[in-house]
Write a protein of this length. Structure first.
Length: 159
């Protein structure tokens, strides 16, 4: 598989994973670009010891974690919580933005896991990416879904 094929196949998924971490469209685009620069630079060193998607998502998650770490070190003001306006018929974009907002509030590992799950990666592959056992990932997914369901109910998404 050449770089262009890899980019065409995985860039939308990598972008959505980055959005799950950062919840900022432009920053997620930058992180996606950084991820594919790293993939391009290191593609010749990929040894096929894992699936290429595992390798790609590991690079993406590492880039996101470094970006979060950098932003936490340079943060000078307190962030205010994000609230959506009064209830109205929400568009798909607003629902997606709310989902990303909820995901961004999760703990680091939980963000990785749910972002990869939203990309339909198998649990075994997610476990390999995050370095946890399959069973631990399955339990975490269940708990993450519970946390998100609570946030959705509070927001009036489920009645």
């Amino acid at each position: 598989m050449d770089f262009e094929e890899i980019y065409m196949q995985y860039s939308p998924q990598v972008f959505r994973v980055c959005m799950g971490y950062i919840n900022d469209y432009e920053h997620a685009r930058d992180l996606t670009q950084e991820t594919f620069i790293a993939i391009w630079q290191n593609l010749s060193s990929f040894k096929n010891q894992s699936k290429i998607s595992t390798w790609i998502f590991r690079i993406a998650t590492n880039n996101c974690l470094r970006a979060i770490e950098r932003s936490q070190r340079t943060k000078t003001t307190t962030e205010l919580p994000f609230h959506l306006p009064a209830p109205h018929e929400e568009t798909q974009e607003e629902k997606l933005a709310f989902l990303y907002s909820c995901v961004s509030e999760l703990e680091e590992t939980d963000r990785i896991i749910i972002s990869l799950l939203l990309e339909d990666l198998p649990q075994a592959e997610i476990a390999a990416i995050v370095g946890l056992s399959d069973v631990n990932v399955r339990v975490k997914i269940h708990r993450i879904k519970d946390k998100l369901a609570i946030k959705f109910k509070e927001h009036g998404q489920f009645n």
